[in-house]
Ligand binder design. Structure first.
Ligand code: MG
Length: 241
């Protein structure tokens, strides 16, 4: 009897599978835009190029006031004490490609060696640091979400070599009353190696004290940090998501 019941159930299952059509699970509702990928690390066709290497800083301005005062040629280099720079355009959710290089001549140690940073929305720092055989607190090394999340591994190249970050960022969302409705998340791939895997950003990345979560606009400029070390950048592009 049990065998007969099992057979009936199994036959029913087979019949129900056959009564379904493949078309029922096809989705034709949202056609993806066609994007032409760039060769190598070149920008894809829908990217906004923030620094392409033509020596122009027209997409950037000083964090303080007026024009960006970094050295700009084929690459963009921090001028110590000139202050950080920020994009004129504001961004929220994004894919950011950025290449950086710490100075070939090693000077200083710990946080004083090849330090700069990419401040998403001007508030959330993905650390740039020469972390090649350079000891510092782990949540402050290259690719850390500064003072929040240690990178999964250290994928740093030796000083003087170009390195790549692919950053996928989801901006936080704030309610009308100023409370945080949903957190920000970030994924970072360093030289092709996953180092931050959809990590929650707990708030602003503070040098001293806990992260802060004061409401801010949906989109804000990207900042690059002047930490007094001549770190260079090139091939910076962003895709809004
Ligand atoms: Mg920094």
């Amino acid at each position: 009897m049990k065998k007969i019941i099992a057979l009936i159930i199994f036959s029913g299952f087979i019949l129900s599978i056959h009564s379904q059509k493949p078309k029922e699970t096809e989705d034709w509702s949202g056609k993806p835009e066609v994007v032409t990928p760039g060769e190598g690390t070149q920008p894809p066709s829908d990217a906004i190029v923030l620094y392409g290497g033509a020596g122009d800083l027209d997409k950037w301005e000083s964090e303080r006031e007026g024009p960006a005062r970094w050295s700009a040629g084929k690459e963009l280099t921090v001028v110590a004490r000139a202050g950080g720079i920020k994009t004129k355009q504001s961004f929220g959710d994004m894919q950011l490609h950025i290449e950086w290089r710490s100075p070939a001549e090693v000077k200083g140690d710990g946080q004083g060696r090849g330090n700069s940073g990419i401040f998403l929305m001007g508030k959330y720092e993905v650390q740039v640091l020469d972390s090649y055989n350079n000891k510092t607190y782990y949540n402050g090394q290259a690719g850390s979400i500064y003072k929040q999340t240690i990178p999964l591994v250290n994928a740093c190249l030796p000083p003087g070599e170009w390195q790549t970050y692919e950053i996928i960022f989801e901006a936080p969302v704030f309610s009308e009353d100023g409370t945080k409705k949903s957190s920000s998340y970030v994924t970072v791939i360093h030289n092709g190696v996953l180092i931050q895997n959809h990590v929650e950003i707990l708030g602003t990345t503070e040098f001293i004290g806990k992260p802060k979560n004061t409401a801010h606009p949906d989109k804000l400029p990207i900042h690059l940090q002047d930490h007094g070390n001549p770190v260079s950048y090139r091939n910076i592009w962003v895709r809004e998501l």
